[in-house]
Structures are given as structure tokens and as C-alpha cells.
Write a protein that binds this ligand. Structure first.
Ligand code: NAD
Length: 244
């Protein structure tokens, strides 16, 4: 452990697996006190083996639950919003219900958590918010990622709006835009694509490999820490050159 986040309190959504989990563990490793949340209590409980003992069930689609959680946790210095769902299909396969679900989970969830935790950050005069967006939708259109791309572009816009509105009050808000990162849901998507699905994802990578959740965690630590104090409102791409 080193001390890049020593003395800071961090709150992470969708922290049971994948990118959210890697960010929670990386924050704890750098000395932060971390509150990790997810709807999957079983996998959340495993976080204590990796230095994150404070975990709680939280459905980020539930506004009242998010507000209650913010009251319970109190002031935080770092908010990491990781929850997101990948809808597969074009506009023709996207029902109204698909659209609403994706925007609720991928975008409105961040509206809920930021609205709930920002007042405490403003009182303290400091805070770093990090939203997980995607290279898809912000830097590149990916096939069959119609509503997913729209939600992730909205996350980048929401990020800039928060950064602009609170820039004079000690608040920074950045987005991370990963390319293809090896996580449980990404592997499920590869499997669903049929035999050789994972190889297909790897073949579009100029570096010849997928990214790791730990690599996203490392960027999140930088953005959460005071090392990035002059950086706000930016969509940070980390994609192994996929969009070059
Ligand atoms: P994942 O899909 O493997 O896991 C998502 C987690 O979210 C799970 O633990 C799940 O229980 C939790 N979750 C689902 N609904 C929830 C809800 N309503 N409330 C709280 N938690 C909920 O995660 P991942 O692949 O690491 O993706 C995390 C984020 O990164 C997402 O926003 C995703 O869009 C984004 N992203 C991922 C990739 C990738 O290649 N994996 C690339 C770009 C962006």
C-alpha cells in the first residue's frame, strides 16, 4: 500500500466485479477508506479479502435508496460511478423499455449519486467525481451498441456539465472511457457472440490484447487523487489504441 489517497473517503457503485471492483480495491490499496456498493451482496462480501471491508447493497436505480445511503455514509471525497449495462442491437432492436432501462442504469444512476453526495463535497470545498463512460459512443461508434453508445455520450456530457457548474467550488468531475476490458460481463458478451468470440474482440486491438480492470483502476486512482488537481471535465480514453 502507498498513500496517494490517504485520508480520503471514497464511495463506489457496481463494485462487486469488474471495473468497479478494481477501482474500489485500488483506492483501498492507496490508503482511502472505501465504501463499496452493488446489488450483488454475495460477490461484494468477497471484497473484504482485498482490503475493502465496508460494503453495502445499493441499487443505483432506486433514488430513495441512493439518498438514504448518502445520509448513512456522510461526507466523501471521491465518488466513483461504475454501474452500466451493455444493450446489444441497433435502433431496430431497441424497444422503449430497452432505451429506458439503459438510460436509467447508465446515466440516471449517476445523476442520482452525484445529486446525493455533492452537497457534502461542497460543504467540504473539495471532491473528485469519476464516471465510467466508454470509448464506444464518445470516441467511436461500435456496431450494435446503439443505445449503449448514446448513454455513454450522455455520461460524458453530464460529466462536463458537473465540472463546469462546480469548478470554482473545489469539485472536479472526470469520465473514464475504456475500450474493451476483460471483465465478467465482457467475457459473457464474447461467449454470446459464438465460438472465437473473445478472439474477435482481441483481433480488433492494435496491441493484440484486451485491457485489464486494474489498468482502469490505476487511471481512477490518478483522477481521484490530488495529482490530477488541474484536470476536470475530461473524457479520458484508455483503449489500447482501439480508436486510433
Ligand atoms: P460488469 O458488467 O461486469 O459488472 C457490473 C456490476 O454492476 C455487477 O457487479 C452488477 O451486479 C452491478 N449492477 C448491475 N445493476 C446494478 C444496479 N442497478 N445497481 C448497482 N449495481 C448494479 O462490469 P464491467 O464490465 O466492469 O463494467 C463496468 C462499467 O464499465 C460499466 O459502466 C460499463 O459500461 C463500463 N465499460 C466496460 C467496458 C468493458 O469492456 N468491460 C468497456 C467500456 C466501459
Amino acid at each position: 500500500m502507498s498513500d496517494r489517497l490517504r485520508g480520503k473517503r471514497a464511495f463506489v457503485t457496481a463494485a462487486a466485479v469488474g471495473i468497479g471492483r478494481a477501482c474500489a480495491v485500488a483506492f483501498a490499496r492507496e490508503g482511502a477508506e472505501v465504501f463499496a456498493t452493488d446489488i450483488d451482496e454475495g460477490k461484494l462480501a468477497l471484497l473484504k479479502n482485498d482490503g475493502v471491508p465496508e460494503v453495502a447493497k445499493l441499487d443505483v436505480r432506486d433514488s430513495a435508496a441512493v439518498d438514504a445511503m448518502a445520509r448513512r455514509v456522510g461526507k466523501i471525497d471521491i465518488l466513483l460511478n461504475a454501474a452500466g449495462f451493455v444493450h446489444h442491437g441497433t435502433v431496430l432492436e431497441c424497444s422503449d423499455a430497452d432505451w429506458d432501462f439503459s438510460f436509467d442504469l447508465n446515466v440516471k444512476s449517476m445523476h442520482r449519486t452525484i445529486r446525493a453526495f455533492l452537497p457534502g463535497m461542497l460543504e467540504a470545498g473539495r471532491g473528485s467525481i469519476v464516471n465510467i463512460s466508454s470509448a464506444a459512443g464518445v470516441f467511436k461508434a461500435a456496431p450494435n451498441r446503439y443505445v449503449y453508445g448514446a448513454t455513454k455520450a450522455a455520461v460524458a456530457a453530464l460529466t462536463r456539465a458537473v465540472a463546469t457548474d462546480f469548478i470554482t467550488r473545489g469539485i472536479r468531475c472526470n469520465a473514464i472511457c475504456p475500450g474493451t476490458i476483460e471483465t465478467p460481463s465482457m467475457l459473457n458478451r464474447a461467449e454470446a457472440a459464438g465460438p472465437g468470440g473473445r478472439d474477435m474482440f482481441v483481433s480488433r486491438q492494435p496491441m493484440g490484447r484486451l485491457g485489464t480492470a486494474d489498468e482502469i483502476g490505476a487511471l481512477a486512482v490518478y483522477l481521484a487523487s490530488d495529482e490530477s488537481a488541474f484536470t476536470t471535465g475530461v473524457a479520458h480514453i484508455i483503449d489500447g489504441g482501439w480508436t486510433l
